[in-house]
Write a protein that binds this ligand. Structure first.
Ligand SMILES: [Zn+2]
Length: 156
């Protein structure tokens, strides 16, 4: 994705509580399909992505719940399909815009929202399920799932 400025992020999120911005100097934009990061205390996630409808930047705040893992199991990220061992994912919840918290949709996603880096094999360990898919197809899948989620919650 194209590089964003701090002012772009502040504008697209608007008046949300507890907006903690990431250190943009550390971001390698060419490796990202969307910008996602987690609040230092772990209870919120943030996603900034370009809307396929109008090309404008959208910012969405997600509730983040760590998932208790009592036994060994595999966890699949619903955006990038990376398969983690226990503890690599979190449950993220988006509240439908305008519903005042009455309607929300949750998905299990990489706990650090770094799906873009995982499909480029820039984070270890690699997925526990090997896929022979081109990067472009994986990127397309991430954005399809993300945009569907944001459309269903009326954020696109
Ligand atoms: Zn992921």
């Amino acid at each position: 994705m194209e590089a964003l400025l701090e002012s772009d992020l502040r504008n697209c999120f608007g008046e949300v509580e507890e907006l903690v911005l990431p250190d943009l100097k550390e971001v390698v934009w060419s490796n990202l399909d969307f910008l996602g990061w987690v609040h230092p205390s772990g209870h919120l996630g943030y996603i900034a992505t370009l809307s396929p409808k109008d090309g404008c930047l959208r910012g969405v705040v997600l509730r983040r719940h760590a998932r208790p893992s009592r036994r060994v199991r595999l966890e699949l990220c619903s955006l990038c399909h990376h398969v983690h061992s226990a503890g690599g994912t979190a449950m993220f919840t988006i509240t439908e815009a305008g519903s005042r918290g009455r309607r929300m949709i949750s998905n299990v996603v990489c706990g650090d929202l770094s799906c873009s880096l995982r499909v480029r094999n820039l984070i270890n360990p690699s997925s526990l399920m090997h896929e022979t898919m081109y990067l472009e197809a994986k990127v397309w899948r991430i954005l399809q799932h993300l945009h569907r989620w944001l459309t269903r919650t009326k954020h696109l």
